[in-house]
Design a protein around this ligand. Structure first.
Ligand SMILES: C=CC1=C(C)c2cc3[nH]c(cc4nc(cc5[nH]c(cc1n2)c(C)c5CCC(=O)O)C(CCC(=O)O)=C4C)c(C)c3C=C
Ligand SMILES: [Fe+2]
Length: 397
């Protein structure tokens, strides 16, 4: 059936030094870290959380192996299986669903993570649960919806084309039939962070530049200290991996849109046009929390978002933020169902997300305009080394 030849969606353009990176290009799948973490954030997201339905560890491992093989192909702009959407046995279901035929790799990355529930007594993994994958506490004010929270396994698909991201998740769900079921999934658009200094800072749905003070892929030492898990952290299988927190944060968009510009800027502590810290001129000017206005008040309010989230507020904790805007239509009451699908990677949630979010949940002026409605926590293992390796081998192998 012409396996292989038929199953190439379009000729993938290998990035070379001869041409500038294009949104069509593939990112390498193999490497010490999973792609999709420090990879310059793409424009689109399809994030999925699965429940594992098989009770057999061997079936789970073979699923991870099949997923890895499919992910290695999909991220390079190929079809999910070697026969493809139209090249296989006419009596069998195709091994690719077909909606990405003709589309390039579009910068697709697929990043897997394992939730705390995977380490219960089903698969004998309890002793392998990393201490850094500590259950999140209940934060003041959150109203989490269980049906769109948690999950045994997550896959984050990021791409420059939403059809490519959705196609990838759909095919992984198809391959997983009978072994996993989709618990929840979320589409996102308009990245709300930069993860490289080569990227311009995008804007969130509140209209503010978001990602200015983010950790960036160029911050090698900071990433080593604050992003990547290491062997000495206690779970050797996670060395080179990272811990992921997702929070779906609904915005009260209509109320926000009636707030004055001054109030909006005071809430964040940055100006809306340039994104500069209040009292400064340029986006990347250093924040000065001691600076005062002529009336004696601090330029950056005590309960502003950037003051409370700043590393100086909680023992120099940083996050690699990688979130997306979302609009899930409207809520039937004339309001947009919209907000931020917050994604953050870090080395230890106990030292990073938890203290930062606790400070925000208690005091952030932004809380009047937002509501946390879903939460996810996942251990994302190190990267896949080569075609003989698979997602999670260090845990299961
Ligand atoms: C627990 C972590 C955080 C949550 C949840 C969060 C929600 C959230 N943030 C914005 C918009 C902005 N955040 C900005 C900065 C910023 N936010 C966090 C953490 C969380 N935000 C951090 C660590 C930082 C950096 C602080 C610093 O070091 O200065 C900014 C300013 C621009 C920037 O630096 O990115 C904006 C704007 C929204 C809208 C939101 C929930 C809906
Ligand atoms: Fe923030």
């Amino acid at each position: 059936a012409g396996a292989g030849a038929l199953a190439t969606r379009s000729t993938p353009q290998q990035p070379t030094t001869a041409h500038a990176p294009s949104p069509s290009d593939p990112f390498p799948f193999y490497g010490p870290h999973q792609a999709g973490i420090v990879t310059p954030a793409q424009d689109r997201l399809h994030f999925v959380a699965f429940d594992v339905t098989t009770t057999k560890k061997a079936e789970l491992v073979s699923l991870l192996q099949e997923w890895t093989a499919a992910a290695a192909r999909l991220t390079q702009g190929k079809e999910a299986g070697s026969f493809g959407a139209a090249g296989g046995d006419p009596e069998a279901a195709p091994d690719d669903t077909g909606e990405a035929l003709g589309l390039p790799a579009s910068g697709l990355t697929l990043t897997i993570g394992f939730g705390p529930t995977l380490f219960d007594d089903r698969f004998g993994l309890a002793a392998q649960r990393p201490a850094a994958l500590a259950d999140l506490p209940k934060f003041p004010g959150e109203r989490l919806i269980p049906e769109i929270s948690g999950g045994d396994i997550c896959v984050q698909a990021c791409a420059h084309d939403p059809q490519v991201a959705v196609h990838a998740i759909r095919n992984l769900a198809r391959i997983g039939f009978g072994r996993v079921s989709v618990r929840w999934s979320q589409l996102g658009f308009g990245r709300t962070s930069s993860t490289s200094r080569a990227q311009a800072t995008p804007r969130n749905l509140m209209g503010f530049k978001d990602g200015t003070a983010n950790m960036k892929l160029e911050d090698t030492e900071l990433l080593r200290d604050q992003l990547w898990a290491a062997e000495q952290d206690g779970s050797a299988w996670m060395a080179g991996g990272s811990y992921l927190v997702t929070r779906k944060i609904r915005m009260n968009i209509e109320t926000w849109d009636r707030a004055s510009l001054r109030e909006q800027e005071d809430i964040f502590g940055r100006d809306k046009g340039e994104g500069a810290p209040l009292g400064k001129k340029q986006e990347f000017d250093a924040v000065d929390f001691a600076a005062r206005r002529p009336d004696g008040q601090p330029y950056i309010a005590e309960k502003s978002h950037v003051r409370l989230a700043h590393p100086s507020a909680h023992g120099n904790a940083h996050l690699l933020r990688r979130g997306y805007n979302y609009v899930d239509g409207s809520d039937g009451l004339g309001r947009l169902d919209a907000g931020l699908f917050f994604i953050a990677y870090q080395r230890d949630v106990r030292k990073q997300f938890v203290p930062i979010q606790m400070g925000l949940a208690k005091n952030d002026l932004l809380n009047e305009y937002i509501q946390h409605v879903s939460s996810g926590l996942f251990a994302c293992p190190p990267g896949v080394q080569d075609a003989g390796d698979y997602w999670g081998r260090s845990l299961f192998g």
